[in-house]
Design a protein around this ligand. Structure first.
Ligand code: HEM
Length: 212
């Protein structure tokens, strides 16, 4: 059993670490406002968009890594950080979407949304990934967990297609440079692979126990 205060401190540390990229971005935006060109290149919105997309995907994958890490390292308390991490991933992705809207600021919201949804592009896959994450963020509280019962776990499996869609989004927009999709893809394969192996073992154990 870990003392409550130690867990509380660990939560604050994880919170601060996850907030750090946003704080650093805030500092850069402030520097840019003070002196244009001092923090970003010629297209600040584009840079902010990329930065937030990268961090959104990183934290999403980190969130997915919590359960395998807790199993492999036999530290069940790691799962206590999962909700906070998922919410941070969602926040970065929402801000990434906001930066996308800002980069299209000349157009009306309806035009941007219509072109995002109907145009077959990397953006539409990203948009679907974001849509899949919305119910997860909304139902992340303990109250919703209780209300939905076993359905909560089923609903939260949406995180897998969402992560896959986010990866396809990245692969689609990588024009010729496939290093990032390769690395993120490898991480996804490992994370999904561990879950498949874990399920197979669990079912085998259950079958063996029933046979006794
Ligand atoms: C789960 C949701 C999403 C994730 C994890 C995600 C992640 C990413 C990542 C990692 C990049 C590449 C950044 C880089 O190359 O440095 C990116 C780029 C981009 N994303 Fe997303 N994204 C998501 C949803 C969206 C949505 C909803 C939109 C807009 C509808 C969007 C629009 C874009 C655009 C316009 C780019 C830049 C494309 C370019 O380089 O031309 N993304 N995203």
């Amino acid at each position: 059993m870990v003392p409550k205060t130690r867990l509380g401190i660990a939560k604050v540390v994880v919170f601060c670490l996850l907030a750090l990229p946003l704080v650093l971005l805030g500092v850069d935006v402030w520097r840019e406002v003070q002196l244009p060109g001092s923090a970003f290149g010629p297209d600040p919105t584009e840079e902010v968009l990329h930065y937030l997309g990268q961090w959104g995907l990183r934290i999403l994958l980190l969130t997915l890594a919590v359960s395998p890490a807790s199993r492999l390292l036999r530290k069940p308390r790691f799962v206590r950080f999962r909700r906070m991490m998922g919410l941070w991933a969602f926040s970065y992705i929402v801000l990434h979407f906001a930066a996308y809207l800002l980069s299209n600021a000349g157009n009306s919201f309806e035009v941007i949304l219509a072109s995002t949804i109907h145009k077959v592009s990397f953006a539409v896959v990203g948009f679907y990934a974001l849509l899949m994450l919305v119910p997860l963020a909304v139902t992340s509280t303990r109250g919703w967990q209780r209300r939905l019962g076993p359905g909560w776990r089923k609903l939260h499996r949406l995180v897998y297609p969402a992560a896959l869609a986010a990866w396809i989004h990245l692969l689609w927009l990588s024009k010729g440079d496939f290093m990032d999709p390769l690395i993120y893809g490898l991480v996804l394969v490992l994370l999904f692979g561990e879950r498949i192996v874990f399920r197979i073992r669990k079912e085998r154990r259950a079958t063996a126990a029933n046979a006794v």
